[in-house]
Design a protein around this ligand. Structure first.
Ligand code: SF4
Ligand code: SF4
Length: 498
């Protein structure tokens, strides 16, 4: 007989005071961009000024020029960058990559992944703040237009609270019309990287009914970018971007990030004019005067004094804001600066450590390998396989024949005539239709008939080496197998073996 089931203990309800209330002053308990009900808190970052903002502006102009001019740049007649997933054709720095370039694609992925890991471990999210297209476009284009039309943070706040007057309607309509036009431009630029400028202009100029899929992508990209830059904004970095999520596993105490020097800054306290600096230090106060200037400029709405946070994109706006405050109160700049946690704790200045040098060497070695592979690969890639389902044939002249399918990829932007020669055996090689001329950046497919003396075939097959030539110049060798009947010698060999 089974024992009676054990009674489950009834959990004692926790007294109300035992439940820890959410501390909304503690950044770890909530997002900077959400209120207690989970509603979006709109960020109004103050316009940043200073040496880092100036440097970022110059870098951004350069990157924007590269981004918008990129699809029109040609190297040896090929685009600078083309990622045509539909036709499986990829061009990087004018070099065309085909699905046949598997090794190069694998090394490219390796360089990309190792580069991200190494760069982030060493320099944190420098990429996010300085070069990511999302940040560059948001902070250097869309935000600047917003400042120009609606004014600085406090004016934008006031405008949003104000009733809908004619001025407000004109400002809002004007801003969103410009945002939409820019989103259209960005969407088309992205499309040009996917399908090429020629195809893009063809879609624009031709009858829309002939390019419904292209037009759909155009509209989708435009709406996507408008949605991101007009509404979604910093949430693309804090919620969506997988790179941002990865950084928490990649940063360590030696990573250089935008950091607040808490040793120098704490204990924070407002500056009192009648308290001399010596007295302030004697009272245990640090250099942070709790002015919140670093918080008001932050485009992700965080307080860098809470430590390194997932939302920080290393945009350096808080460095400029705090340096400005330090200048005004006559304290050294750099209370917020690029530093590692170890740097701050030990008071060391930023230095290039052997670890950083090692990382840089590994990355450079991988890039060098990639470049060697890219610039030494052949212009033509050929494969020859026996035609599916075909068997050997006995020809009227007593020769045996095999039928093959040959595929030749031309990776250049010029026509390439191709010839084949049997290299390891005497026989006949006949290209159906005469000869092969592969058009630029195309794949040519043809049939080839090879005829051999049956005496050459041992054990029913013979490995073949076929030379690929263009205008008499040897390009590469390809390997295949010729099949024939298993002859008597096979049986003799078998008996000997037994
Ligand atoms: S700007 Fe500088 S001084 Fe002002 S609160 Fe931030 S860290 Fe402190
Ligand atoms: S904390 Fe500073 S560096 Fe980080 S996102 Fe905010 S302003 Fe930029």
């Amino acid at each position: 007989m089974l024992p009676p089931p054990e009674k489950k203990p009834v959990p004692t309800p926790l007294p109300e005071e035992a439940v820890k209330p959410v501390d909304w002053k503690d950044y770890r308990d909530h997002l900077a961009t959400a209120d207690q009900e989970g509603h979006r808190v709109w960020i109004y970052p103050r316009k940043p000024h200073g040496r880092f903002t100036r440097a970022r502006t110059w870098v951004s102009w350069l990157l924007l020029a590269v981004m918008f001019i990129g699809p029109f740049v040609r190297i040896n007649g090929n685009p600078l960058l083309l990622l045509n997933f539909l036709e499986r054709k990829f061009v990087i720095l004018g070099q065309i990559f085909w699905p046949q370039d598997m090794i190069i694609s694998a090394v490219t992925m390796l360089v990309f992944l190792v580069g991200i890991v190494i760069f982030t471990t060493a320099f944190g999210r420098l990429w996010c703040g300085w070069t990511c297209p999302q940040t560059v476009l948001m902070e250097m284009v869309f935000r600047k237009i917003e400042y120009f039309i609606e004014g600085d943070a406090h004016e934008q706040r006031a405008l949003n609270k104000a009733p809908w007057t004619a001025t407000k309607i004109i400002k809002k309509l004007g801003k969103h019309a410009i945002f939409f036009a820019l989103s259209f431009l960005i969407g088309n630029t992205l499309l040009a990287y996917f399908i090429g400028t020629e195809q893009l202009f063809h879609i624009i100029a031709d009858d829309p009914m002939n390019h419904l899929s292209g037009l759909t992508f155009m509209i989708l990209f435009t709406l996507l970018f408008y949605g991101i830059f007009a509404r979604f904004r910093e949430q693309a970095c804090t919620f969506i971007c997988p790179y941002g999520r990865l950084q928490s596993t990649l940063l360590d105490e030696n990573t250089i990030v935008v950091a607040y020097d808490y040793k120098r800054g704490e204990k924070r306290g407002t500056l009192r004019r009648n308290v001399p600096p010596m007295q302030r230090r004697h009272d245990g106060f640090g250099d942070c005067i709790d002015c919140y200037q670093c918080v008001t400029v932050c485009p992700t709405g965080i307080d860098i004094r809470d430590g390194t946070q997932m939302e920080c994109v290393n945009c350096t706006a808080c460095i400029d804001a705090c340096d400005d405050v330090m200048d005004k109160i006559k304290r050294p700049r750099g209370l917020i600066r690029f530093a590692s946690l170890n740097g701050i704790e030990r008071g060391e200045r930023l230095r290039v450590t052997p670890r950083l040098v090692g990382y840089a060497i590994v990355l450079l070695a991988l890039i060098a390998l990639w470049m060697v592979l890219v610039f030494t690969r052949s212009d033509v890639e050929a494969t020859m396989l026996r035609a599916p389902g075909s068997m050997f044939q006995m020809m009227p002249d007593g020769h045996l024949s095999n039928l093959y399918t040959v595929k030749v990829v031309n990776k250049t932007s010029r026509e390439i005539p191709i010839e084949f020669k049997l290299e390891n055996v005497k026989g006949e090689l006949q290209v159906m239709g005469g000869h092969i001329v592969v058009p630029p950046q195309q794949l040519a497919e043809n049939s080839v008939l090879i005829g051999l003396d049956p005496k050459l075939i041992r054990h029913g097959k013979l490995p073949l080496v076929i030379g690929v030539y263009s205008n008499g110049k040897h390009i590469e060798a390809i390997y295949t197998t010729f099949i024939g009947p298993r002859d008597d010698r096979d049986h003799d060999d078998k008996h000997e073996h037994d």
